[in-house]
Design a protein around this ligand. Structure first.
Ligand SMILES: NC(=O)c1ccc[n+]([C@@H]2O[C@H](COP(=O)([O-])OP(=O)(O)OC[C@H]3O[C@@H](n4cnc5c(N)ncnc54)[C@H](OP(=O)(O)O)[C@@H]3O)[C@@H](O)[C@H]2O)c1
Length: 319
């Protein structure tokens, strides 16, 4: 089954189907992401997934600048994504935070700007604002007003395309009904242990391309519990990988590509960065696809409820 190397968005831009994730723990050593992004661009990734909240866009920006200066790529060859964080959901703040991200990334525009979560926190510099008892301080902005801020970014030529992330189907419907510029991409957690089928199908029906985040189930996460499934150790996936002479990560990423999704694996290791990009020289047959589908447990890696009590918390309903 052939897979797309990229998806054409309504703007005419091509959204590359294999991107590079840049989220690392906030305590990550300085320079790790700079080196990883340079390596990723060297081996061929053109789509880089960033976010204001990752607090490392200066390193990503330096890596992009280095690779443009050494002649590997031109700005227009790259597809750079960033996201507005929960602390900037007021209409005017959406654009202000993009301007900050652009400054950190040393760019004049991003190819795609996403609303990271439908949840709003108190506006300000503190990315996780808390009260004296340690509780997150919420604010309520209508997600439709936040979306108007996203449209302002397109009007100002700061973002070429706009989309959402971690929205449920009701929230997506509210944006679609009110939008002047439709969301064209959504980021959702999708991997073999969370197929997210209903939401993915809903988005596809609405012409929204789905990017699978945590495509490998973020195996090294600090909050992993012993009872959690480990995708990379799964016997079914290991058997398929062995039979094809591929790594489990490659099989998982290829499975997601064959579901017509975009993938954004993160790695800070040169060999794994390269391996995760080599996905176009083999195929999974229907029987193999079916076996991987059967691993769905609706198990979410990013469960740590970021704000479970917020009225817009997206994961209380089925999809
Ligand atoms: N929109 C959202 O809310 C949201 C949420 C989460 C993530 N994201 C985005 O999605 C990206 C990917 O998700 P993620 O970083 O959480 O998880 P992931 O890509 O599923 O997993 C990353 C982890 O897998 C390891 N790894 C990578 N390639 C491997 C391979 N071939 N074999 C074995 N281990 C491998 C990496 O370790 P090494 O570095 O040591 O290789 C890293 O610890 C993020 O970086 C971020 O850009 C978006």
């Amino acid at each position: 089954m052939p897979v797309k190397q990229g998806f054409q968005l309504p703007s005419g831009d091509i959204f590359p189907s294999v991107g590079f994730g840049t989220w690392t723990v906030w305590s990550a050593e300085k320079g790790v992401i700079h080196k990883a992004v340079k390596e990723a661009i060297t081996v061929g990734y053109r789509h880089i997934d960033c976010a204001y909240v990752y607090q490392n866009q200066d390193e990503v920006g330096q890596a992009i600048k280095d690779k443009i200066e050494d002649g590997t790529v031109k700005r227009e060859d790259l597809f750079i994504v960033t996201k507005v964080w929960n602390t900037a959901h007021r209409r005017g703040a959406v654009k202000e935070q993009l301007q900050k991200s652009l400054k950190q990334l040393e760019l004049t525009y991003v190819d795609l700007y996403l609303v990271h979560y439908p949840i709003s926190f108190k506006e300000g510099d503190d990315i996780f604002p808390k009260d004296d008892d340690g509780n997150l301080i919420f604010e309520h902005y209508d997600i439709v007003d936040t979306w108007k801020g996203m449209e302002d970014c397109v009007d100002s030529d700061l973002a070429r395309n706009i989309g959402i992330s971690n929205f449920n189907h009701l929230q997506i419907g509210r944006i679609i009904d009110a939008a002047r510029i439709q969301p064209c991409v959504i980021q959702l957690e999708v991997n073999p242990t969370i197929a997210n089928t209903k939401l993915v199908d809903f988005c596809k029906q609405k012409n929204i391309v789905v990017t699978a985040y945590a495509p490998l189930g973020n195996p090294n996460r600090s909050w992993k519990e012993s009872k959690d499934p480990t995708i990379l150790a799964d016997p079914v996936l290991n058997e398929i990988a062995l039979s094809k002479g591929k790594s489990v990560a490659q099989v998982v990423l290829r499975f997601l590509l064959q579901r017509d999704l975009v993938v954004i694996p993160k790695s800070a290791n040169a060999d794994r960065i390269k391996e995760n990009f080599q996905l176009f020289n083999f195929e999974l047959n229907e029987a193999e696809m079916k076996k991987i589908w059967s691993l769905d447990k609706n198990f979410r890696v990013y469960t740590k409820p970021i704000a479970v009590d917020h009225p817009e918390y997206p994961f209380h309903i089925e999809y």
